[in-house]
Design a binder for this molecule. Structure first.
Ligand code: SDX
Length: 428
C-alpha cells in the first residue's frame, strides 16, 4: 500500500511531508515526530487531538459508544467473563485456556498478602485520612519491599510486579478502609474469589463472620471489570509518563492513583454521589441543571460528559443494569436513585446537554450501585483505582516492551518574559 502523507505548508511554502499511519480501527494519525526540524511544534493543551502512543490493548469509539479490550466488547466481557479473566486478557492479549485461567488465578492468590511491616506504615496516617491518601502512599512504599523485582528492563520483573500489584490492591484497599474506621485489618483468604475476598476483607470483623451475598460479589466483580482499562485516559497517561523515565512500577501506579483521584476523573463517582445528596430531592434538579449550564458557575453535573464518548458510555449501560439488579435483589428503595433517574431523564432531554453531547458516564451509576452494596463513599475512587491497576500495569508493560521507547518530554509555547538582566531589589 503506497505510503500516505500530509504536507505542511506555511505562508504558501511547503515545509515538510508528514507520514500518515492507520490502525486496526479509529482515527488515522499524522506522524509529527520530525516536525521540530522545521522550527515549529504542534500545540494541543489537554491532548484533544493527540495520540501519545501506539497500543493494542483497548479501543474506544466515542461517537458509536464502543469499548473493546483486546477486541472483545465490554458488555460481553462484563456478562461472560470474570475480572481475573479480563486481567489475563488485558495483560496477555487474548483469552486464557482453562489451564491458563486456573494457573493465573492460583498465581494471583499466591500474592494476596502484604509484608507485615506495612501494618506499621499505616499507623503514620491520621485515622480520618481519606483512603485514597493512604492508598497513594502505601502503594508507592511497596517499592521498598520488593528489591527483587525493580529492574524495569527485565521482563520477568515486569511480570512479577504486575502480579503483585493486581493481587495486593484489594488487600491494601481494604486495609485503607479498615484503618479509617478503626477496625482491625482482615487477612486475605485464598479459598474466596477475588471479589469475595475483597468484600470479606472490607466488611468482616473478628466478632462475627461476614456473610457474602453472591449478588453483591457478582456486582463487585462486574464493577472491577467495567473500570479495568480505558485507553489513554489521564491516569493511564500519567503511569506511562512516569514509567517512561524508568521509574519502578510501584511508583508509577502510585502516580496513577494520584491522577485518578481528581473529581474530573476517577473522583467523579464520589463527587457524583455527594452531588446527588446535595440535590436531595427531585424538585431541586432544575436548579442544579441551571447551575451546570451557567458559564459563570464552576458547578458541573458529576457523572455526565466525557472527553471521548460523545454518545452513550457503554460501561454506563451495563452499570445501569447492574444498579437495578442490585437494588431490586436487595429490595433497596434508594431515594437518591429516584433523583439520579430523574436527573438522567432531564439531562438527556435538555438541549444544552444534547448539543454538548453530555451523557451519563460510568461514574454516574457506579456510585449508586456501590452505595447500595454498603460501600462507603470515601471508598468509591479506591475501588476505581483497584480495578484500573490492571489497565495501568498493562500499558506500563506494553510501553516498556516496545523497542526504542523514549522518555516522554513534551515541549511548550513560551509566552513569558524575554531575556533580561537581573539586579536584586532585596538587601541581603
Ligand atoms: C472518567 O478519559 C477517560 O477515559 C476517563 C474515564 C476512565 O475510565 O478513565 O472514562 C473515567 O474520568 C469519566 C469522567 C468522569 N468525570 C465526570 O463525570 C466529571 C464531570 N464531567 C466533566 O468534568 C467533563 O465532562 C469531563 C472532564 C469528563 C470531560 O471534559 P472535556 O472533554 O474536557 O470537555 P469540556 O470540559 O471542554 O466540556 C465541553 C463543554 C464545556 O462547555 P463549553 O466550554 O463548550 O461551553 O461541555 C460542558 C463544558 O462546560 N460540560 C459540562 C459537563 N461536562 C462538560 N457542563 C455541565 N456538566 C458537565 N458534567
Amino acid at each position: 500500500m503506497t505510503e500516505r502523507h500530509a504536507t505542511l505548508s506555511i505562508d504558501g511554502n511547503d515545509l515538510i511531508e508528514l507520514p500518515i499511519s492507520s490502525g486496526t480501527a479509529g482515527h488515522d494519525v499524522i506522524d509529527i515526530s520530525k516536525l521540530g526540524s522545521t522550527g515549529n511544534f504542534t500545540f494541543d493543551p489537554g491532548f484533544m487531538a493527540t495520540a501519545s502512543c501506539e497500543s493494542e490493548i483497548t479501543y474506544i469509539d466515542g461517537a458509536k459508544g464502543i469499548l473493546l479490550h483486546r477486541g472483545y466488547p465490554i458488555d460481553q466481557l462484563a456478562n461472560n467473563a470474570d475480572y481475573l479473566e479480563v486481567c489475563y486478557i488485558l495483560l496477555h492479549g487474548d483469552k486464557p485456556s482453562q489451564a491458563e485461567y486456573d494457573e493465573f488465578v492460583a498465581l494471583i492468590k499466591n500474592h494476596t498478602m502484604v509484608h507485615d511491616q506495612l501494618f506499621q506504615f499505616f499507623k503514620g496516617f491520621r485515622r480520618d485520612a481519606h483512603p485514597m491518601a493512604i492508598l497513594c502512599g502505601v502503594v508507592g512504599a511497596l517499592s521498598s519491599f520488593y528489591h527483587d523485582s525493580l529492574d524495569v528492563n527485565n521482563p520477568r520483573h515486569r511480570d512479577l510486579s504486575a502480579i503483585r500489584l493486581i493481587s495486593k490492591m484489594p488487600t491494601l484497599a481494604a486495609m485503607s478502609y479498615k484503618y479509617s474506621v478503626g477496625q482491625p485489618f482482615v487477612y486475605p483468604k485464598n479459598d474466596l474469589s477475588y471479589s469475595e475476598n475483597f468484600l470479606n476483607m472490607m466488611f468482616s470483623v473478628p466478632a462475627e463472620d461476614y456473610k457474602i451475598s453472591p449478588t453483591i460479589a457478582r456486582a463487585m466483580d462486574r464493577i472491577f471489570t467495567l473500570h479495568a482499562d480505558h485507553e489513554q485516559n489521564a491516569s493511564t497517561s500519567t503511569v506511562r509518563l512516569a514509567g517512561s523515565s524508568g521509574a519502578n512500577p510501584f511508583a508509577c501506579i502510585a502516580a496513577g492513583i494520584a491522577s485518578l483521584w481528581g473529581p474530573a476523573h476517577g473522583g467523579a463517582n464520589e463527587a457524583c454521589l455527594t452531588m446527588l445528596e446535595e440535590i436531595g430531592s427531585v424538585d431541586r434538579i432544575e436548579e442544579y441543571v441551571a447551575k451546570a449550564k451557567d458559564k459563570s458557575d464552576p458547578f458541573r453535573l458529576m457523572g455526565f460528559g466525557h472527553r471521548v464518548y460523545k454518545n452513550h458510555d457503554p460501561r454506563a449501560t451495563v452499570m445501569r443494569e447492574t444498579c437495578h439488579e442490585v437494588l431490586s435483589e436487595l429490595k433497596i428503595d434508594d431515594p437518591l436513585l429516584d433523583v439520579a433517574m430523574e436527573l438522567e431523564r432531564i439531562a438527556l432531554e435538555d438541549p444544552y446537554f444534547i448539543e454538548k453531547k453530555l451523557y451519563p458516564n460510568v461514574d454516574f451509576y457506579s456510585g449508586i450501585v456501590m452505595r447500595a452494596m454498603g460501600i462507603p463513599v470515601s471508598m468509591f475512587t479506591v475501588i476505581f483505582a483497584l480495578s484500573r491497576t490492571v489497565g495501568w500495569i498493562s500499558h506500563w508493560k506494553e510501553m516498556l516492551g516496545q523497542p526504542g521507547h523514549k522518555i516522554g518530554r513534551p515541549r511548550q509555547l513560551y509566552t513569558g518574559a524575554a531575556a533580561r538582566d537581573f539586579e536584586s531589589n532585596a538587601k541581603k
